[in-house]
Design a binder for this molecule. Structure first.
Ligand SMILES: Cc1cc2nc3c(=O)[nH]c(=O)nc-3n(C[C@H](O)[C@H](O)[C@H](O)COP(=O)(O)O)c2cc1C
Length: 170
């Protein structure tokens, strides 16, 4: 195994306390304005923009830097339709049978239900596939499987079946 290679952190000019405070407040204000969106414009988005969004997501830290994910960007209308149909089937099952009463009560103020028209309206869907296992091939353990993540037990409430519960729609 090769030894770790350390890279010096970039030099950052120290700021005065009032500047640090100002930046902290601005960051908080920006985060405070962030909202969950459930209704989308159909305005086309250039593929390059989506590619940068996925690159940005790929910079997220991950355990041992294994980056255990795949992103699939979908703009094809027929495939978005198939995703909507499959998601709504699962969501209907969830809302009508699987969801505990307490969870439905918690969701009620949000006004969500099994209808997901935005899955066709949005110009792109980005599906995120987690890789909970990966083949690990050091010389002495050829072909061993290594567990690298944990699927969220309630991931299916995002519109996918148990069988596909490691995937969530973004
Ligand atoms: C793990 C997680 C799962 C969520 N699942 C859903 C969901 O299935 N449907 C939905 O409409 N919003 C979902 N949300 C969004 C939350 O409802 C939202 O963050 C919360 O109501 C606060 O609203 P805000 O994000 O606009 O501040 C989820 C958020 C998180 C962090």
């Amino acid at each position: 195994m090769s030894p770790p290679r350390f890279v010096p952190a970039p030099k950052i000019k120290p700021l005065a306390d009032d500047q640090i405070l100002k930046r902290a407040r601005q960051f908080y204000e920006a985060m405070r304005r962030r909202r969950t969106i459930r209704d989308y414009s159909d305005r086309p988005v250039p593929r390059k923009v989506i590619e940068y969004c996925i690159r940005a997501a790929g910079t997220a830290p991950s355990g041992a830097n294994l980056q255990p994910w795949h992103f699939v960007a979908v703009s094809d209308a027929a495939i978005k339709r198939q995703i909507r149909v499959a998601a709504e089937k699962e969501e209907k099952e969830f809302y009508e049978h699987r969801a505990p009463k307490a969870w439905l009560e918690a969701l009620a103020p949000l006004g969500t239900d099994s209808n997901k028209p935005f899955l066709e309206t949005a110009p792109w869907l980005i599906a995120v596939f987690a890789q909970p296992f990966r083949t690990y091939r050091p010389a002495r353990h050829r072909g061993a499987f290594m567990r690298i993540g944990r699927a969220h037990p309630h991931a299916e409430s995002d519109g996918f079946s148990q069988q596909n519960s490691r995937a969530t729609l973004a």
